[in-house]
Design a protein around this ligand. Structure first.
Ligand SMILES: *[C@@H]1O[C@H](CO)[C@@H](O)[C@H](O)[C@H]1NC(C)=O
Ligand SMILES: *[C@@H]1O[C@H](CO)[C@@H](O)[C@H](O)[C@H]1NC(C)=O
Length: 123
């Protein structure tokens, strides 16, 4: 009898876990603050725990980024080939959307900490 109860309990638990899995994804890795040298390349990483039906985009200061030859989304990451003080500073976020359900999750912000080239050359 005790066995049966435990069995039922485990079954119910598994069912709950399974139904929660339907739309349960989290950032892994989430974008992180990153040190960069002006003029050099940087990649902000972003991915989710489960990619099924997930599409990604990035924002800078709340504005959706479009791709250009210098700064573009590479798979789910954001790649900047020559970091520019005027165009690239600010708050980046990665947004992952389940295209089936429309449910989106937004990452915490990530910033670029920019260093001038001459600062690095002195070390
Ligand atoms: C997205 O939604 C579909 C439909 O509900 C589901 O099958 C899929 O597992 C979801 N993806 C994630 C990563 O949760
Ligand atoms: C930028 O390119 C990526 C990868 O090719 C694509 O997934 C994304 O939708 C594009 N973003 C825009 C705003 O066009």
């Amino acid at each position: 009898m005790a066995f049966l109860t435990i069995g039922l309990f485990l079954f119910a638990f598994a069912a709950v876990t399974k139904s929660k899995e339907q739309d349960n994804f989290y950032f892994d890795p989430a974008p992180m603050n990153t040190d960069v040298v002006e003029g050099e390349e940087v990649r902000l990483r972003c991915d989710v725990s489960n990619r099924k039906m997930i599409s990604f985009y990035w924002t800078l200061n709340g504005r959706r980024l479009s791709n250009d030859s210098r700064r573009y989304q590479d798979d789910s990451d954001l790649r900047i080939l020559r970091v520019d003080r005027d165009r690239d500073l600010g708050s980046y976020r990665c947004i992952a959307t389940n295209v089936t359900t429309g449910i989106s999750v937004t990452s915490t912000e990530a910033k670029l900490n920019m260093h001038l080239v001459f600062v690095c050359l002195t070390f």
